[in-house]
Write a new protein. Structure first.
Length: 431
């Protein structure tokens, strides 16, 4: 690991963490969530969720090879799932059909999306947490319906929102903590994602957001709700037919591995294997809870992020190839794991190659209708993200930009990712 990359790790902490903590001291604290009610008593055959003990963390150099690492802390208490608002319905009245292309929905068989991960797929769950990793203020949401910030880290909708519309499921995918969540939305799918999380739970703990382990617990709570609403058989069938989308990992590499200078203790390959082992464990937990179809989103070319260009000093003309190679290496190991998982009975997985999409758009922006790929639309576009983007001026036409802030993609970029997701959905349900 080069000195430049270790220096970049420290700067990432300053840009993504220290800056947000400074804002936290000056901004009013988030409303504390009410004490969550106890979850309904699960059936006898499902008293406790399947546990997913994470793989043993890789050893540090300073530790004795015979000394075990301390056990990870228990997951943080999440807000309780919202009380479901059931719209009044006359006897015999048919449920309203979801918007979008219903024919695609019926042909493919995908009627429910269950989403896990980080800020790339968080529709606003972090709004209900005491964290600075939030985006429920302008200019975020500038191009969302009605110029409305929802907590999505973009100017408009996320790729999972647009995927839901193209499948005829709905115009958006709501967050699991959304207090206005309705019965029909719950049946069509929810997002458990939390901005700032990763495959490594310590990534989420730094910003006090929902770790992936806690997201698995929330999936269990979701399933209890579905069983209460639909009955055991219909609920199991719904989860079996659902598409599970997992999009995370970038925060692990940037905020944890590089920023904490772990490269001095363990190799890149060891940490990648540590994360891949987590992916395998989480997939097994989702399978035990009824998941059968999984879409994993790979890492983007991290060296092309505007904030990486700025902090590493590569400028607008080139990306940092060391970071890009790190993303490529992890993606290759993820693909190998998914190929192995596909040999299991009743399991189907698919991989979304965001690296290639974004890399090609960076190299030839005109081919994708873009004009700016080296900086974001918010503020200067070279450093602002989350709290540091609050109230900043924006570019005139976000649809011409690859990035919305110095890290997250625009709605236009999310459309490109949605196209690939559609192809993966077809493979999962038609093969």
């Amino acid at each position: 690991m080069t000195k430049a990359m270790r220096g970049f790790g420290l700067l990432i902490v300053v840009a993504l963490l220290v800056g947000e903590l400074h804002c936290a001291r000056t901004a009013p604290p988030a409303d504390a969530p009410a004490t969550p009610p106890q979850s309904p008593e699960p059936p006898a055959d499902q008293q406790t969720p399947p546990q997913a003990p994470g793989p043993t963390p890789p050893p540090r150099r300073q530790r004795s090879p015979h000394r075990r690492a301390p056990p990870p802390p228990p997951p943080k208490q999440d807000p309780a799932p919202p009380r479901l608002v059931v719209p009044p319905q006359e006897p015999g009245e048919a449920a309203p059909a979801p918007p979008g292309n219903g024919m695609i929905n019926r042909t493919m068989g995908c009627t429910t999306l269950l989403v896990f991960g980080d800020s790339t797929v968080d529709p606003g769950n972090n709004n209900h947490l005491a964290t600075t990793a939030r985006a429920n203020f302008l200019p975020y949401g500038l191009n969302f319906f009605g110029r409305r910030p929802t907590g999505r880290f973009s100017n408009g909708r996320l790729a999972t929102d647009m995927l839901a519309e193209r499948l005829g499921i709905g115009r958006t995918i709501p967050g699991f903590f959304d207090p206005n969540l309705r019965l029909l939305q719950l049946r069509r799918g929810v997002s458990f994602a939390s901005g700032g999380s990763g495959y490594d739970d310590s990534t989420a703990n730094r910003l006090n957001v929902v770790s992936l382990t806690a997201q698995m617990h929330n999936l269990f709570r979701y399933k209890l709700l579905i069983r209460t609403l639909l009955g055991p058989r219909r609920a199991e069938r719904l989860v079996n037919r659902a598409t599970f989308i997992i999009s995370t990992g970038t925060n692990d590499m940037l905020s944890i591995y590089l920023a904490s200078n772990q490269s001095s203790a363990i190799s890149t390959a060891v940490y990648e294997n540590y994360l891949i082992a987590h992916v395998a464990n989480y997939t097994q937990v989702m399978r035990m809870l009824g998941g059968r179809r999984f879409i994993f989103v790979g890492l983007p070319p991290m060296g092309c992020l505007p904030i990486a260009r700025t902090l590493l000093g590569t400028g607008a003309d080139r990306c940092d190839e060391n970071l890009n190679q790190l993303a490529n290496s992890f993606n290759s190991k993820l693909v190998q794991l998914l190929n192995f998982i596909n040999y299991q009975n009743q399991i189907k997985t698919s991989y979304i190659d965001t690296y290639t999409i974004i890399h090609e758009a960076t190299a030839d922006p005109k081919n994708f209708g873009l004009s700016e790929v080296s900086r974001g639309c918010c503020g200067s576009g070279v450093i602002e993200v989350a709290q540091t983007c609050r109230g900043r001026r924006t570019c005139g036409d976000p649809s011409k930009y690859l990035y919305w802030d110095a890290v997250h993609p625009t709605e236009r970029t999310n459309q490109l990712i949605t196209d690939v997701m559609m192809d993966s959905i077809r493979e999962l349900y038609n093969s």
